[in-house]
Design a protein around this ligand. Structure first.
Ligand code: HMG
Length: 391
């Protein structure tokens, strides 16, 4: 183990769902001013999974290109972060492991703490690579954000998965050691086991997030972190993209810096391009923000990026990464744009039908309609088992 060993994100791949509901459609349905969504929360549309899609199919779609490029020989662990798990016992990553035909000599585990746990998975992966730099870890974050119809949270739904290959000598972003962390027992957002939609105190959740920003920054600084001026950009967890702007303004003001709009835009705008059309993807959101930044910003070689990961309940972490020379040749920009543009626009009634689709609980045979045009599908449920197949 060496303190000088560069460890970080070697590959990064984003997938999302089959359908998209625009905020124009939502606004027309609820008689709302669409500017509230476009300008007020910074959202234009949200990904909606087909009946035969879920966190596993999106995760496999995100991970398959990573395996195709790098092979699976060095992957010893899959860490799957989600808060919309499909089983209380079995890790969703085992279905992905099976769909992708990965070696049996792999450990697979699922991690949960609201939107934060992909960062826990990344730090866990870094620890494992420190112990054995020849290993690579497949970190997956995949979630479907769902609130009740016509609730305040409805406009902040979405769905996506991110697959990251973590290893030594990374090709994209080197993750630095100091982290500032935060935990407080706050009921700002939660989902009891018997519910399929989240419960949330929206305003409480925004202030809990901003409180976490203050604490993690202080802790990060006290642990020898970089100063604010050293960062070129900041990837925030984005439940809606305006939250990144709010959080960054709060951080600047808290540190006694000028919080001018142009400076805030420079620091966060490229991180929001994908999330403003995908919506909240919970654990995946902050790493969708990273993909968006790398895909859209001018050359970032050697630049420091700040990461602020927040998960309601609440846990948060601030850490830094440095962009590696040559990163641009590794990006999957065309694939990411295609994943977004290929989605089919649906009307409100189709969305409502998908939203209210009951999950069969009788243990019978329940084949699902063929809807997705993605590479993997949930073919059905049989004797309480989820059956996944390539499409
Ligand atoms: P709301 O009641 O729909 O909206 O709730 P609002 O009335 O607060 O308006 C939102 C913004 O739009 C405001 O801007 C309005 O002024 C503006 P702000 O004051 O905040 O800057 N606005 C307009 N702008 C232009 N033209 C107009 C117009 N009308 C209003 N005509 C809320 C919004 C986000 C609270 C709601 O959607 C919600 O509860 N969402 C879910 C919770 C959430 O996303 N919380 C974020 C922090 S917690 C978190 O990030 C964790 C999470 O991802 C879960 C996890 O960790 O697992 C949620």
């Amino acid at each position: 183990m060496s303190g000088d060993l560069a460890i970080g994100i070697h590959d990064l791949s984003v997938a999302t769902a089959q359908y998209v509901l625009t905020h124009e459609t939502l606004a027309a349905r609820h008689g709302a001013d669409v500017a509230k969504y476009h300008t007020g929360i910074g959202q234009r549309s949200m990904s909606i999974p087909a009946a035969d899609e879920d966190i596993v199919t999106m995760a496999a779609a995100a991970a398959a290109p990573v395996i195709a490029r790098h092979g699976a020989e060095r992957i010893r662990t899959i860490a799957f972060a989600t808060e919309t798990s499909v089983d209380q016992a079995k890790a969703a990553g085992i279905h992905v492991h099976s769909l992708l035909g990965l070696p049996t000599t792999t450990r697979v585990v699922e991690l949960k703490q609201a939107c934060y746990s992909a960062t826990a998975a990344l730090q866990f992966a870094i620890g494992l690579v420190h112990r054995d730099p020849s290993q690579q870890i497949l970190v997956i974050a995949s979630d479907v954000s769902r609130y009740d119809l016509a609730s305040r949270g409805e406009a902040t739904q979405g769905a996506a998965a991110v697959a990251m290959l973590v290893g030594a000598d990374p090709a994209l972003v080197r993750i630095e050691e100091p982290s500032g962390v935060f935990t407080a027992d706050i009921m700002d957002f939660w989902r009891p086991n018997y519910r399929t939609t989240a419960l949330v105190d929206g305003y409480e959740s925004i202030s809990a997030y901003l409180q976490a920003v203050e604490v993690v920054w202080k802790d990060y600084t006290e642990r020898g972190g970089r100063s604010l001026e050293e960062f070129r950009a900041f990837c925030y967890h984005q439940p809606f993209t305006k939250m990144a702007y709010k959080a960054h303004r709060h951080l600047l003001q808290h540190c006694g810096h000028d919080a001018d709009d142009a400076g805030i835009s420079r620091a966060v705008e490229h991180t929001t391009t994908y999330n403003q059309v995908i919506g909240n993807s919970y654990t995946a959101s902050i790493y969708v923000a990273l993909a968006s930044l790398l895909d859209h910003a001018e050359d970032l070689t050697g630049e420091a990026i700040g990461f602020l990961s927040y998960g309601s309940g609440s846990v948060a972490e601030f850490f830094a990464g440095t962009v590696v020379p040559g990163y641009r040749s590794q990006l999957r920009t065309d694939m990411h744009r295609e994943a977004i543009s290929r989605r089919l626009d649906i009307d409100y009634d189709t969305y409502r039908e998908l939203h209210q689709r009951p999950t069969p609980v009788d243990g019978g045979e329940h084949p699902l309609p063929r809807q997705t045009t993605g590479p993997y599908r949930l073919a059905g449920l049989s004797q309480h088992k989820r059956i996944y197949t390539p499409r």
